[in-house]
Design a protein around this ligand. Structure first.
Ligand code: LLP
Length: 434
C-alpha cells in the first residue's frame, strides 16, 4: 500500500482515497478535475501545534507567522489568523489578499528583496505591523515613503546570517551569495542599525533571518538562532537599543514521500528555545519576543490535487506515460526543482501499486511532468489520480501556460466540502485582453 503521508488522508470502505472524511472520487465527480483539495482540519491542527509550542517553550512570548507565499488566498488567511497566527506577505498582491481576508494590518509583516515604491506606499498607508527591510537602499526608500506620509514606520532588518542550509540551491537563502538580506559578516548589518537610528520616520523593532526552505536538520536553525541572538545583544551593547523581537524565519521540511524524515515541528522549537534561553541567561538579558515564519509546513501536507487520467502510452523498455488533465501550469514544482511527490490512483487506493508510471501533464513541453518512475496502481482512462502534499507552492505558483485555466480549490472538513477558490473560466483568460 502507498504511504499516505498526512493524518488527514485514509483509504475508506469503498477502497477510495479520502481526505478529512470526504471521498476524493466523489469530490472529483462533484467539482471536476483538476482540483486542489485542502483539509481545513489539518491546517488547523498544524497551526494549533505551533501556537501551543510557543506557549510551552516561550511562555507565549511570540507567535508563528504564516508565510502566505505558500498559499495565498482569503480563506486560508482567515483560517490561520483565527488560529492566532500573524501573516507574512511579500508583494502588494499578497498584502491585498490578507487585508481583504480581514487580517488586522498590525498582524501583517511585509517582506521581500525588492519592494516597489508603490508597494511600500500601500503598506505604510495601511499601517502594517512591520516592514522587513532587505537592504540599505530599501531603508532609504522606506524612510522617504514614511516621511512623505508623515508616518513613523516599524521596521525590522533582514539579516543574512551566513548559514548554509542543506536544501535545493534555489530555495537556500541564508548564505552569503544570496539576493536576500543584509550581510552580517562585513558589518553591513550594524551599519543598517546605525542608519536606522539616524532616520526620523522609521522605528527599528526587530531582526529577521530565513535560512532556506524544506530543511530537515535542526542544527542550521539552532545555529541561526545563536547568530541572531548574538547580534541582538550586540545592538543592545553598542547602541543601547532593546529590540522587541527576533524573527527566525520558516523553512521546516514536510513529507512528500515516505523517504522524507520530517521531524515534529516541536523538535525545532524546543532546540531553538533551549539555545536562546541559555544564551540570554549567559548575557544577562531577557529573551526577546520570538517569531517564526513557516509556510510550507502549515499548508503542505493538508493539500492534494486530483486529476483525471487520459492517455496511457506504454513505450516498451522505455517508460509508461500516464497523462493527466493538469500539469506544470498548476504544479510546476517537478519541472522547476525535480521535486518528489507521492502519487496514487484514488479510486483504486486499496490495490497494490505495482505499475511504474511517469505522470505527464498536458502542456506542450516534454519537461511537463509531475513525477517520473513512481509506483501507482494500474491506471486506465477515467481513473482519478491523486498527488499528495500539494498544499504549498502549487496554487501559489500556478500559471495560465498554454491558456489553461487555474483549477478550483475545495476546502474539506469533517466530511463536508466547500469551494474556497473558484476555477477560472475561458472568459477569465481573456478578461484583460484588448
Ligand atoms: N520567510 C521567508 C522570508 C521566506 O522567503 C520563506 C520562503 C518563508 C518564510 C517560508 O518558508 P517555508 O516554511 O515555506 O519553507 N517555491 C519553493 C519554495 C520557496 C520558498 C521561498 N521562501 C518550493 O516550491 O519549494
Amino acid at each position: 500500500m502507498i504511504h499516505l503521508i498526512s493524518p488527514c488522508l485514509e483509504v475508506n470502505e469503498q477502497g477510495h482515497l479520502a481526505i478529512s472524511g470526504c471521498d476524493t472520487v466523489e469530490l472529483a465527480a462533484k467539482y471536476g478535475t483538476p482540483l486542489y483539495v485542502m483539509s481545513e482540519d489539518e491546517v488547523r491542527r498544524v497551526c494549533e501545534s505551533y501556537v501551543s509550542s510557543f506557549a510551552k517553550f516561550y511562555q507565549g512570548n511570540g507567535c508563528p507567522i504564516y508565510a502566505s507565499k505558500a498559499f495565498s488566498c482569503k480563506e486560508i488567511c482567515r483560517i490561520v489568523s483565527s488560529e492566532g497566527l500573524d501573516v507574512e506577505v511579500v508583494s502588494g498582491g499578497e498584502l491585498y489578499t490578507a487585508l481583504q481576508a480581514g487580517v488586522s494590518p498590525a498582524h501583517i509583516h511585509f517582506q521581500g528583496n525588492n519592494k516597489s515604491y508603490n508597494e511600500l506606499v500601500y503598506a505604510v498607508e495601511h499601517g502594517v505591523g512591520d516592514i522587513v527591510v532587505d537592504s540599505l537602499q530599501e531603508l532609504q526608500l522606506v524612510e522617504k515613503v514614511a516621511q512623505e506620509r508623515g508616518a513613523l514606520v516599524n521596521i525590522s532588518l533582514r539579516i543574512k546570517p551566513g548559514i548554509d542550509a542543506h536544501t535545493h540551491e534555489f530555495i537556500r537563502t541564508g548564505q552569503i551569495d544570496s539576493k536576500f538580506g543584509i550581510d552580517l559578516a562585513s558589518g553591513e548589518a550594524l551599519e543598517a542599525v546605525r542608519q536606522s537610528l539616524s532616520l526620523e520616520h522609521v522605528k527599528l523593532i526587530g531582526l529577521h533571518c530565513h535560512i532556506g526552505s524544506q530543511v530537515f536538520d535542526v542544527e542550521p536553525f539552532v545555529h541561526a538562532a545563536e547568530v541572531m541572538i548574538d547580534l541582538y545583544y550586540e545592538v543592545k551593547q553598542r547602541f543601547g537599543l532593546k529590540l522587541d523581537h527576533l524573527n527566525l524565519g520558516g523553512g521546516f521540511g514536510v513529507r512528500y514521500t515516505e523517504k522524507d524524515d520530517a521531524l515534529p515541528y516541536e523538535n525545532y522549537m524546543e532546540a531553538v528555545s533551549a539555545v536562546l534561553s541559555r544564551k540570554c541567561q549567559d548575557m544577562g538579558i531577557d529573551l526577546p519576543r520570538i517569531y517564526i515564519e513557516p509556510g510550507r509546513s502549515i499548508v503542505g501536507e493538508a493539500g492534494i490535487t486530483l486529476y483525471t487520467v487520459g492517455t496511457v502510452k506504454e513505450i516498451p523498455d522505455v517508460r509508461n506515460y500516464v497523462s493527466i488533465d493538469g500539469g506544470m501550469f498548476e504544479n510546476p514544482r517537478y519541472a522547476l526543482y525535480q521535486a518528489d511527490y507521492t502519487c496514487l490512483v484514488a479510486n483504486k487506493a486499496a490495490m497494490p501499486a505495482d505499475y511504474i508510471a511517469t505522470v505527464a501533464g498536458k502542456c506542450c513541453e516534454s519537461g511537463d511532468l509531475i513525477q517520473e518512475h513512481v509506483p501507482i496502481q494500474r491506471p486506465q482512462e477515467g481513473d482519478i489520480l491523486a498527488v499528495l502534499t500539494t498544499g504549498a507552492y502549487n496554487y501559489s505558483m500556478a500559471s495560465n501556460y498554454n491558456r489553461n485555466p487555474r483549477p478550483a480549490c475545495v476546502m474539506v472538513s469533517h466530511g463536508q466540502s466547500r469551494v474556497i477558490i473558484k476555477g477560472e473560466t475561458y472568459e477569465d483568460l481573456v478578461r484583460n485582453d484588448l
